[in-house]
Design a protein around this ligand. Structure first.
Ligand code: ZN
Length: 356
């Protein structure tokens, strides 16, 4: 695997991790009446985590109001083992003015609507949290240079569907190569596709799809993802400068995951750029979540034998039998094809896992 870790992502997961925090020891004060209760933090404000930089969180408060401002916050000790990531809604106490030199403190996070995760590789059951509360994933691939690989896109799709996130696909550099044969792989999916020539990016069209959503952008280097992000969010550099300005810890590194606001004529949305995330290990994925994304096929699959893989060689698979009896439409057949390809991604993974 050629993935490299985003240092901030790692930090979000493991920073402050400390064995001693799980050690138990007798408490000599156990029988004394409690004189001091843990603060309930009723005064906590809730804000959006825009980014993480070496243990300091950039949090947006009063979003969308005249009082909107960004502040820098640390994490309370009791959250030391809780990953806090871009997109989280954090509960913040302390100095929340965001004035120079001030530091708020995150004391909790609001329950997430979605959680995009990955494993280090396919055999790794340890999952890393990448982004919280995203509802769309925009996968960027190039029509050529580098050559697009359907299986790579499949892996992104599996990660998205597993997280309950709607995938979108952008094919760049379509002036170099015709993407239609590559795109035919995805015929059976509910996948909105945008095509983009190098000097003619459909910024308005893609932008319109971002309004009212939180969209995580993924793609390998060289596909033009950064160019697209910069075209959609021209203020990106200014927006990401804040954390560093406050902490004085140098320039924004291009490897950290950040939330950037898209501001279009039709409204606003959030672009979550993931420069450090180069691939998705799928060690934690549940294939049931993939099937669930194919609603009508999932209904048919209820008649499958227990543990059915739904792959072409699966005995007594209700999906395959329905296809053989001619009960699936042409679209249905294409969707079954896509589903089987995504499930194959998972099966390939399982083969590499010892003991499975
Ligand atoms: Zn089946």
């Amino acid at each position: 695997m050629s993935w490299l870790d985003d240092p901030d992502d790692l930090e979000g997961d493991f920073e402050d991790y400390d064995e001693s925090s799980i050690r138990t020891r007798p408490n000599p004060k156990a029988n004394r009446p409690r004189t001091k209760r843990r603060p309930a933090h009723d005064d906590a404000r809730i804000g959006r985590v825009l980014g993480v930089d070496r243990g300091r969180y950039s949090v947006l408060l009063d979003e969308g109001t005249d009082d909107e401002h960004t502040l820098t916050a640390s994490r309370a000790r009791e959250l030391r083992r809780t990953p806090i990531v871009t997109g989280d809604q954090a509960r913040v106490v302390g100095d929340t003015t965001g004035d120079d030199g001030t530091l708020g403190r995150i004391v909790g996070i609001v329950e997430r609507t979605s959680l995009l995760r990955r494993s280090a590789d396919d055999t790794d059951q340890v999952e890393r949290v990448i982004v919280a509360n995203a509802d769309q994933m925009l996968v960027v691939v190039a029509a050529a240079d580098p050559e697009p690989r359907a299986r790579l896109v499949d892996r992104y799709l599996v990660a998205a569907l597993d997280a309950g996130i709607r995938p979108l696909l952008v094919v760049t550099k379509t002036d170099i190569a015709d993407p239609s044969s590559f795109l035919s792989h995805f015929d059976g999916l509910d996948l909105r596709v945008f095509t983009s020539a190098r000097d003619e990016m459909p910024v308005d069209e893609i932008g319109a799809a971002l309004v009212g959503h939180s969209t995580v952008f993924v793609g390998h280097s060289g596909v033009g993802k950064s160019t697209l992000v910069n075209a959609l969010v021209p203020s990106a550099l200014r927006a990401t400068g804040h954390v560093n300005q406050v902490t004085g810890r140098g320039r924004h590194t291009s490897s950290s995951t950040v939330s950037l606001r898209y501001e279009g004529a039709e409204g606003t949305g959030w672009v979550i750029d993931t420069p450090g995330v180069r691939s998705f290990g799928l060690g934690h994925v549940d294939p049931e979540n993939i099937l669930a994304a194919f609603t009508e096929l999932a209904t048919i699959a209820e008649d499958c034998p227990r543990g059915c893989t739904h792959l072409p060689d699966a005995p007594d698979c209700a999906l395959i039998e329905a296809a053989e009896r001619g009960e699936l439409t042409e679209t249905g057949l294409a969707r079954l094809d896509s589903l089987q390809r995504l499930l194959q991604t998972f099966a390939d993974k399982a083969e590499q896992t010892p003991g499975r």
